[in-house]
Design a protein around this ligand. Sequence first.
Ligand SMILES: *[C@@H]1O[C@H](CO)[C@@H](O)[C@H](O)[C@H]1NC(C)=O
Ligand SMILES: *[C@@H]1O[C@H](CO)[C@@H](O)[C@H](O)[C@H]1NC(C)=O
Ligand SMILES: *[C@@H]1O[C@H](CO)[C@@H](O)[C@H](O)[C@H]1NC(C)=O
Ligand SMILES: *[C@@H]1O[C@H](CO)[C@@H](O)[C@H](O)[C@H]1NC(C)=O
Ligand SMILES: *[C@@H]1O[C@H](CO)[C@@H](O)[C@H](O)[C@H]1NC(C)=O
Ligand SMILES: *[C@@H]1O[C@H](CO)[C@@H](O)[C@H](O)[C@H]1NC(C)=O
Ligand SMILES: *[C@@H]1O[C@H](CO)[C@@H](O)[C@H](O)[C@H]1NC(C)=O
Length: 838
Amino acid sequence: MGCSRSIPNSFGLFICLVCCLFWISSSVLAAFRPVDNFLIDCGGTKPLEIDVGRTFQPDSGNSNLGFSVSPASRIFVSENVTSPSNLYQTCRVFTETSNYTFRTNQVGRHWLRLHLYPIENSHYNLKAAVFSVVANGVTLLHEFSFAESGKPPSRLRKEFVIPVDASGFVLILSPSNGSVAFINGIEVISVPDGQFPPTAVSIPIGSSVDIPVHVALGTAYRINMGGPLLTPNNDSLWRTWEPDYPFLLNSASARNGSVDPSFIKYPAGVTVEIAPNVVYATAQEMADANVGDQRFNISWVFRVDGGFTYLIRLHFCDIVSQALNNLVFNVYINNQTALNSFDISSKTKGISAAYFVDFAAGVSMSSDQILVQIGPPNLRNIPPNAILNGLEIMKISNIEDSLDVPVVADFGSRGPKKKVVVLAIVFCLVGSAILALIAAAIYLYFHQPKKPKKRPVSAWLPLPTHVGHSESKISTVSYTSTAPSLGLGRVLAFSEVREATKNFDESLVIGLGGFGKVYRGILDNEVVVAVKRGNPRSRQGLMEFRTEIEMLSKLRHRHLVSLIGYCEELNEMILVYEFMAGGPLRKHLYGSDLPPLTWKQRLEICIGAAKGLHYLHTGAAESVIHRDVKTTNILLDENHTSKVADFGLSKLGPTLDQTHVSTAVKGSFGYLDPEYFRRQQLTEKSDVYSFGVVLMEVLCARPAINPALPREQVNIAEWAMYWQKKGQLEQIIDPHLVGYVNLDSLRKFGETAEKCLSEYGIQRPTMGDVLWNLEYALQLQEASVQTIADESSTNYIPEIPEWIPHIEGAECESADRASDDAATRSAVFSQLINPKGR
Ligand SMILES: *[C@@H]1O[C@H](CO)[C@@H](O)[C@H](O)[C@H]1NC(C)=O
Ligand SMILES: *[C@@H]1O[C@H](CO)[C@@H](O)[C@H](O)[C@H]1NC(C)=O
Ligand SMILES: *[C@@H]1O[C@H](CO)[C@@H](O)[C@H](O)[C@H]1NC(C)=O
Ligand SMILES: *[C@@H]1O[C@H](CO)[C@@H](O)[C@H](O)[C@H]1NC(C)=O
Ligand SMILES: *[C@@H]1O[C@H](CO)[C@@H](O)[C@H](O)[C@H]1NC(C)=O
Ligand SMILES: *[C@@H]1O[C@H](CO)[C@@H](O)[C@H](O)[C@H]1NC(C)=O
Ligand SMILES: *[C@@H]1O[C@H](CO)[C@@H](O)[C@H](O)[C@H]1NC(C)=O
């Protein structure tokens, strides 16, 4: 504790003491100390300590405790018991409307907890008592009676949040006609600031719902998912958290998980007052999570009163993952999506870190339930799982300042009529607002402002900040430009894109991807483009759309497909690229009637793609990991120059002090790095693995995964590695290549692919190494062709493998390639000189 030897002993001790005291006091102060804290044992005779450190005071006489009962009813009843005393053994009975008045010291929200139990006694039948309770003008209980429920009475704890202004807090109990009112215990406690949000996200997702400070809340449910009952002793705000099992629709769908509560971290904005660590330390997750391809929801049903809006708070804490970005799931409330592809760690930036989110859902008069569901998202290669740690459902007081439904007898007289009128007005207003919006959207769609011709857009425009927010996607800004592309993406008007594609004519469709359809289009300036039109409803698509724009705006390379522009007007997500006449590499390998590529062409295509990836990994200011390297994402132009495309899944690579990026597993089946899949740690080497699969695909001209083949052949990576390890890769190469491939070139190629497919990233070469080796394989091939021309050598598969390359081979390299990568070239030379050197 900061004691240094150079300080005289006594002084050092003093400093230590001060430090200790400060440390102790600060750790004690960290606990919430409510300004107002009234705990009342109604009808009690002496102070009663119930929970640790909480003493309930009797409500008889003593007025210096800050509250008073008026009129000072003297009637109270008590139970004859021998067990330890508790709040429910005594109660105060009122025969006329009476009130408890509290002199509060703090303005703002206060917890109010009412404790009720109809004690058997000789004077009153409290079970049949009918009464109402109003706090600061808010009706909490209306004509309440234990008899009404029909069940044997049990201890009832009702919790509310009541707004308190400078005039203090008044709780009024009114017995109904001829009955009595009673109460066993009362708690009035200040609520910490920031406990409740000013707004919450509406369900169905739309604009946010205001939660003004003057509304009252009534706790309907507070659930500790996957954990035990938590009593006021376990919660710094003395709340009770119930286990979720009674509400779980199918208990076989969920499995409880827990960690040591001390592991739970509270990032900024979340405190133990939001929920104690014991809530975050337990969760329900999918039973058999991460196994196979399970697709089901875990569902909980909660009975609630219809005709109210509920504040629904979900508590999350990833206690099940080993790494970040590993847990992605959906949350539904009342069959509506609340969170889509939600990744807790994207919010908390840590494992075991607490997070909560608030929603507001209206429950109609005709309904009586809130359905909460969690389930896996529909994403590629994400291990399916979903979790929930805690849930709170709080009723929001209605326009009549009530938290209780009027009893049926009252129906048709007072409240409901007024309510129906109010509801009708609300529906009219909402309805006309929606109509107006639709009309506006239609107007904008058909009355595009005429193109402000030749409005120059000289450079890349910053990404509009509203990308990603569903509210404001109707953009009226339309920058148009017919200036020739400078190779920089620009914002295109929707009308411009529509014209370019003849109103998205189906005959112009050149491809169909996860993101949407791809059209061939011609811009005003006669530039031929590929237009990728996204599905506007997919939020995943929106993320990829944004990533793609961000990535491509940073990257320029001869072997990367360039973005010409984008458009995101009218809910559209459109990306416009340079047109690649040759289409995807895969089409040239199999599944079409295009002429087979020669070995040299294949090598050059692989070299181009490797250069593109090498640039991604090392060339830009920040390293970029592509994450979806495959033969459909390598495109060819009319001259068979290859370019890497589709950066929707790309991620910035690890920074200098990191070795990897932790992320949810994304990518394509058959190309996925097994190590990345296991550890969710993304490095450039994951791209290298996928590229190894591409190399094998290029060599064998078959899909990465072909389920139609016998088991051992289904996965090309396994099948080709089997033959490569035997040294007989030539057995499975594309038949079109047989007789035209120099065996050494093939050996070099096979070796390179093998290294790329190494089990561990650390054993795989960098893209730079891959590039050298491919260049070398090309040298070997070209040199041998020359040799054949010279000597009619028959050094071809399946002929004699002995063949020594000669340095002259390098001389035939095209000027183009030579100028591209001097470093690569020198490395190739060194290999040529010493072919067994690597
Ligand atoms: C509380 O009750 C007393 C006695 O009936 C009454 O005089 C007083 O106005 C009441 N206070 C409130 C705030 O209703
Ligand atoms: C409580 O018990 C005592 C004797 O044990 C009895 O005399 C008394 O009537 C009981 N009181 C009530 C309210 O039942
Ligand atoms: C109150 O009780 C009287 C007589 O028992 C009855 O006539 C009257 O309707 C009751 N009022 C209400 C509001 O229930
Ligand atoms: C978790 O589930 C197991 C098995 O169903 C059960 O025995 C255990 O009590 C549960 N734990 C909690 C805290 O509810
Ligand atoms: C809750 O508090 C009680 C009493 O202090 C304690 O025995 C129990 O272990 C606590 N439960 C949890 C889950 O921390
Ligand atoms: C949700 O959907 C199910 C099945 O379609 C239906 O039975 C249930 O009533 C719906 N729940 C709500 C709250 O809309
Ligand atoms: C989960 O529930 C939502 C909403 O009720 C539904 O749309 C979705 O299809 C369900 N998912 C699965 C896998 O059952």
